[in-house]
Ligand binder design. Structure first.
Ligand code: 13P
Ligand code: SF4
Length: 309
């Protein structure tokens, strides 16, 4: 790339030339969020992808999100900045192992978190996101056993919230498991006026202390409507960008990880850069493609989720 290029201008120009829309998750770098036409949590991004009439969707997020966009709106060209932007939850649930698990409990209903591959979606009965998971669990008849995959932390939280026992796949998010309880408790002692807010992918010990738990959008909305002036935010740090923009007078403290790493940043989400967004729009590559057979099967449990949302 010519270093004299103004990437922001070029991306805006290409967006118009390609009739493209940029959908971004809150865990993207701030500069990518600022370029996006739409920012949302996993559910909102899926809904937006389904209804867009743009010719091209540039999905600034991770692979499973772009895949969901393609499943819901196959007529569009879906491009991503980096095809290697995966997810530890999706990686920890390979389809052959998931299928074998389902076969052990043939009468059970399979609810799967949207953070999984299209292949696993195709084997699931319902997809859910962190914002609608409780609703989906409650929609399953009481006499049915539920298999919940792949996030054990969200699963355990849902069991507690709904009182509904479920068999849990033992996966987790590498980002939401890095927070240091010791440091968080220390912060809470030093800032007794701050509220701890957390994403349900966090571990049980952290969720027990949290005063509010929700999806990225729910966390953002809470900080806007809640009267407090200070928050300790236990999720990927990207979302704090929008919190600060929406409430510049409030203070947001990122929940600290163990050690001195930046591991409250998702290494997959952060593979996306302005340069790669520019190249993806310029070249319309890399593109998300999948077989029609897989797409059709994976769409069914996602549509069931959307109907219940
Ligand atoms: P939500 O934005 O749906 O809360 O999801 C968080 C996440 O981990 C996405 O990978
Ligand atoms: Fe996956 Fe965790 Fe990254 Fe979200 S933050 S994409 S769940 S690894």
């Amino acid at each position: 790339i010519d270093p004299s290029l103004d990437l922001e201008d070029e991306i805006q120009r290409l967006k118009r030339a390609r009739n493209a829309v940029i959908l971004a998750h809150y865990y993207q770098d701030g500069e990518i969020q600022d370029l996006a036409d739409f920012i949302g949590d996993s559910l909102q991004l899926a809904q937006e992808a389904k209804k867009t009439t743009a010719d091209v969707i540039l999905f600034a997020g991770v692979h499973f999100m772009a895949e969901t966009a393609k499943i819901l709106n196959p007529e569009r060209i879906v491009v991503v900045p980096d095809m290697k932007a995966g997810c530890s939850l999706a990686d920890g649930c390979p389809v052959d192992r998931y299928r074998a698990w389902r076969q052990k409990y043939p009468d059970a209903v399979g609810i799967t978190y949207i953070n999984c591959s299209a292949e696993v979606k195709a084997e699931s009965d319902y997809i859910c996101t962190s914002s609608n998971a409780e609703k989906i669990v409650r929609a399953i008849p009481e006499d049915k056993e539920i298999l919940f995959a792949p996030d054990k932390n969200l699963g355990r939280y849902l069991v507690e919230k709904t009182g509904r026992p479920m068999r849990l796949w033992q996966g987790s998010c590498i980002v939401h498991e890095t927070f240091s309880m010791k440091k968080i408790v220390g912060l809470m002692e030093r800032h007794p006026d701050a509220k701890l807010i957390a994403h349900p992918e966090c571990e049980e010990s952290l969720l027990r202390l949290a005063q509010f738990i929700g999806s990225t959008t729910a966390l953002l909305k809470f900080t806007i409507s809640d009267p407090s002036a200070k928050y300790i935010v236990a999720t990927e740090s990207g979302v704090v960008h929008q919190m600060r923009k929406a409430s510049p007078h409030k203070e947001f403290i990122e929940a600290p990880p163990e050690g001195n790493c930046a591991c409250n940043e998702c290494p997959f989400m952060r593979l996306n850069t302005m340069e790669k967004v520019y190249l993806a729009l310029r070249d319309l590559e890399p593109r998300l493609e999948m077989s029609e057979e897989l797409r059709t099967r994976a769409r069914i449990p996602i549509e069931r989720m959307l109907a219940l949302s």
